[in-house]
Design a protein around this ligand. Structure first.
Ligand SMILES: NC(=O)c1ccc[n+]([C@@H]2O[C@H](COP(=O)([O-])OP(=O)(O)OC[C@H]3O[C@@H](n4cnc5c(N)ncnc54)[C@H](OP(=O)(O)O)[C@@H]3O)[C@@H](O)[C@H]2O)c1
Length: 331
């Protein structure tokens, strides 16, 4: 099969298109003929060698397509059926493998997709949607009177968090963007958009000095600290990522004295421990996208052999909110 392979982690040029052996599903797994593979910031970290992944590997942790083959013991799927699958159950195996004509997923990480669904749009929502759903629904226990602040609202994860928070619904969805030039890229689901440099004053003004109930942070650095300081009593800071690469420390005493919670979520590291939670979130996301309730924008679509362009744009912070690679023939 044709795949994008990383033999030696490094810059964008480390992504090489190659012919590789067709993978076969093991026990409990399914093989998927891939129609689309999603591209996320985390893929650039894998490619660059941040996680010490065994080489050679094929990046990509979310795909849609049709079931090609079932491994031993798999029930509930049929060959030829459209599916969406997450490939980031790293507690089971060093997997990934999405940028390829055939991907292998654990069956608990896959959900059926209705015939005729927009597979590019579903692919674009998968990892970010499941992460956002578990974070907002299960962990933050988002309520209708809650104000939510989303750092990195222009990004893939941040954008989906804004849209799921709006559907849930939250009272306010306040999106944080890197600067005035990024304001137009904020999701329409935001009730308010503020720039990173004016975060503290803007949050105080919007919430009448009360602060926000939930912060969703996939950026880290000074923004994380400022957002933590802007939490209302009983507010929850959800730490989902670190696009800035800066791991700012937070004060335990500030959490205690202001009755704040700090909650981390790493879907890839824990998916194998909570398969029902992942499956429920994935089914909810696929259903909401297919019905148009979750208005995920159409992603930027590139052919498989241009994966490097998508990585370069993510690293330069010029990427569209989400890019997917067209791999096989969408049916
Ligand atoms: N917890 C999980 O299971 C999970 C799941 C998915 C993703 N993630 C993590 O979430 C993070 C974001 O992923 P993503 O795919 O949404 O990335 P993305 O599309 O590149 O979005 C990141 C956003 O962060 C903002 N940002 C602020 N400072 C930045 C900096 N110094 N460098 C880069 N971006 C900066 C950018 O918005 P502005 O330019 O407007 O500032 C950008 O839109 C990553 O750390 C990823 O690993 C975690």
């Amino acid at each position: 099969m044709r795949a994008v392979v990383v033999n030696t982690p490094g810059p964008v040029e480390a992504l090489e298109v190659a012919e590789t052996p067709d993978p076969a599903p093991g026990a409990g797994e399914i093989a998927v003929d891939v129609a689309y593979a999603g591209v996320g910031f985390v893929d650039t970290l894998f490619r660059a060698g941040a996680f010490d992944f065994p080489t050679p590997f094929v990046p990509g942790i979310e795909v849609t397509g049709r079931v090609r083959a079932l491994g031993e013991g798999v029930t509930g799927f049929a060959v030829g059926q459209p599916v969406a699958a997450l490939l980031n159950d790293f507690g089971r195996a060093a997997r990934a493998g999405g940028y390829a004509e055939i991907a292998v997923a654990h069956s608990t990480m896959a959900v059926p997709v209705p015939e005729g669904a927009d597979l590019a749009r579903v692919t674009a929502a998968l990892v970010n949607g499941v992460t956002a759903w578990i974070a907002l629904h299960d962990l933050a226990r988002l309520g209708v009177r809650d104000d939510v602040l989303v750092l990195g609202a222009t990004g893939g994860l941040g954008g989906t968090v804004c849209r799921i928070a709006a559907v849930h619904p939250a009272r306010r969805v306040i999106g944080v963007v890197g600067g005035e030039a990024r304001r137009a890229a904020a999701p329409a689901a935001c009730t308010d958009v503020v720039t990173a440099d004016g975060l503290t004053d803007a949050v105080s003004a919007i919430t009448g000095g009360r602060g926000v109930d939930v912060v969703v942070d996939a950026v880290g650095g000074d923004l994380r600290t400022a957002a933590f300081d802007g939490l209302a009593p009983f507010g929850r800071l959800l730490v989902l990522g670190n696009a800035s690469g800066v791991d700012a420390s937070l004060s335990g005493d500030a959490a205690w004295l202001n009755s704040r919670q700090v909650i981390g979520l790493n879907v890839g590291g824990t998916a194998h421990l909570v398969p029902e939670r992942v499956a429920t979130a994935a089914a909810a996301v696929v259903d909401l996208v297919h019905r148009g309730v979750l208005a995920e924008p159409a992603p930027h679509v590139l052919p498989l052999d241009r994966a490097g362009e998508a990585h370069a744009a993510l690293e330069k912070r010029t990427a569209p909110a989400k890019t997917v690679l067209a791999v096989g023939t969408p049916t």
